[in-house]
Design a protein around this ligand. Structure first.
Ligand code: SF4
Length: 471
């Protein structure tokens, strides 16, 4: 297993998670649905939209699939392994379906969009296939499937943002929440399926975003993460003011909801992140000093084949600019090893990029060819698997050195931490993250609770966690 993740926000390979109800029962519910999500935070946020749509159809959610009348898998297609995991999971429902004939099984998300009707041919137990832009058609498709007619809706949209649907918070700690601000992606990175499975970029209206963040704050949430494949290209024309709202403007408006509401965002694209965004982050204490800036490779030749539209030097200058304006900013990235025609020299460029950037966090993968992408159509997947794995292992090893250094630099400092809940290891400890997105655990003390901000003096650390005490 060569994939390493260290924080929940960007877990592209997050394993299937049964989504627990938010504790609010739907007294009018006649049927129960179970929803399991795979992949990135966008998919988890989409599952919360799906739950809201189904709740309005006299249904309620269960986290026990044996009790469900409908089972939905929200799928990921970013790597072959992600799809294999979904197929394996579906096979586990085969027996259940045999014993419960009325049970409906639906697949949602990027794999549904990539395979479309073919999914029904390949997986006979599946009744409904719905792409990321077609969740509003679920009630109709369910009615048709109830009468035995299998259904597919994989139409991609240029307008759909689900901005008018209040998501049902699932698996929520009641403190942090994702808020999707845009959908789709206009970049055509040659290795990526997202433009084909999530369609063209469209930004959600600023008023519905502010309303959702304000509602969350009033419900007790103290942190929102603004989500998009490429948040920096957020752009929404406001007919009322006749002005175009940029990502920096949106960030400012969310920060103004309350100084007690922390704001994070993901994912940025190196070619689009502006000084305006960096200075807005500097201006508001509650906009967290943390940027996820995928580099993918340290070699300009690879970046050109990947169609990332920037060079090694451009990316390094962007990192310099971030650190010039936001000295303590946490920085994380994504990398792909063993992309088509990658040489040892290209690989060394990626290693030296890690030496230069000294990332706090990193999501490191080896190249997995995706059907239909530009790379699959044009370039040979010619780097042998063992070479891909060896290069990835070298990057992981190097990164581990820098992420430990990044943790150690916090020793002896006092950090402001938002309590997200009890530590997984002990109910005598609180856990939460500091501004630069590092996890901190510390003994419970004083009269504080989940959702409170506390100052924590850092006395020790591991590679992934800071350890301290409230001061
Ligand atoms: S920016 Fe590139 S890698 Fe990211 S979602 Fe868009 S096409 Fe995919």
């Amino acid at each position: 297993m060569f994939e390493v993740q260290t924080s929940k926000i960007h877990d592209e390979a997050r394993q299937g998670e049964a989504l627990k109800p938010d504790g609010m029962r739907n007294p009018a519910a006649e049927r129960l649905f179970f929803i399991e999500s795979y992949g990135c935070a966008m998919n988890f946020a989409d599952s919360e939209v799906v739950a809201s749509i189904l709740r309005k159809e006299r249904m309620d959610i269960t986290d026990d699939f044996t009790k469900a009348d409908l089972i939905f898998i929200n799928t990921c297609s970013v790597r072959e392994k992600a799809e294999a995991t979904v197929r394996k999971r579906l096979s586990e429902f085969r027996k259940l379906k045999k014993n419960k004939p009325g049970l409906l099984i639906g697949v949602l998300g990027c794999m549904a969009e990539r395979l479309k009707a073919k999914f029904l041919e390949e997986e006979k137990l599946v009744d409904i296939v719905v792409g990321p832009d077609a969740y509003r058609s679920l009630p109709t498709l369910i009615k048709e499937a109830d009468s035995g007619q299998k259904g597919v809706d994989v139409l991609l949209s240029r307008e759909e943002t689900y901005g008018d649907i209040a998501p049902i918070r699932l698996n929520s700690n009641g403190v942090t929440a994702f808020v999707s601000i845009m959908r789709g992606c206009n970049n055509m990175c040659s290795f990526c399926v997202v433009p084909f499975t999530r369609g063209r970029e469209r930004s959600r209206d600023v008023y519905s975003i502010i309303r959702e963040c304000t509602d969350l704050f009033e419900e007790g949430y103290r942190e929102v993460t603004l989500l998009g494949q490429n948040v920096d290209s957020y752009q929404w024309y406001d007919e009322q003011s006749g002005k175009t709202v940029s990502f920096a403007n949106l960030l400012e408006q969310v920060a103004l909801v309350s100084p007690l509401l922390r704001v994070r965002f993901s994912t940025s694209h190196p070619k689009d992140i502006t000084d305006e965004v960096l200075f807005t982050m500097k201006k508001y204490e509650n906009i967290c000093n943390y940027i996820h800036l995928p580099v993918q490779s340290g070699s300009t030749r690879m970046l050109q084949l990947m169609n990332r539209t920037y060079t090694r030097e451009w990316y390094m200058a962007k990192v310099d600019r971030i650190r010039e304006i936001l000295p303590d900013c946490g920085l994380s990235t994504d990398t792909i090893s063993g992309f088509c025609t990658e040489t040892e020299e290209d690989h060394q460029d990626t290693l030296s990029m890690f030496d230069y950037c000294k990332y706090d966090l990193a999501y490191m993968y080896f190249y997995s060819e995706r059907p239909g992408t530009l790379a699959a159509r044009r370039f040979p997947d010619d780097v042998p698997l063992e070479v891909k794995k060896r290069r990835l292992a070298e990057i992981v090893e190097l990164h581990r050195k820098y992420s430990l250094l990044s943790m150690q630099k916090e020793l002896g400092r006092t950090l402001k931490v938002l309590i997200e809940g009890e530590s997984r290891k002990s109910s005598d400890q609180w856990a939460g993250r500091c501004d630069s997105n590092k996890m901190v655990v510390f003994p419970k003390a004083g009269n504080v609770a989940k959702g409170d901000y506390v100052n924590v003096w850092i006395e020790d650390c591991t590679a992934g966690t800071l350890i301290g005490k409230i001061v």
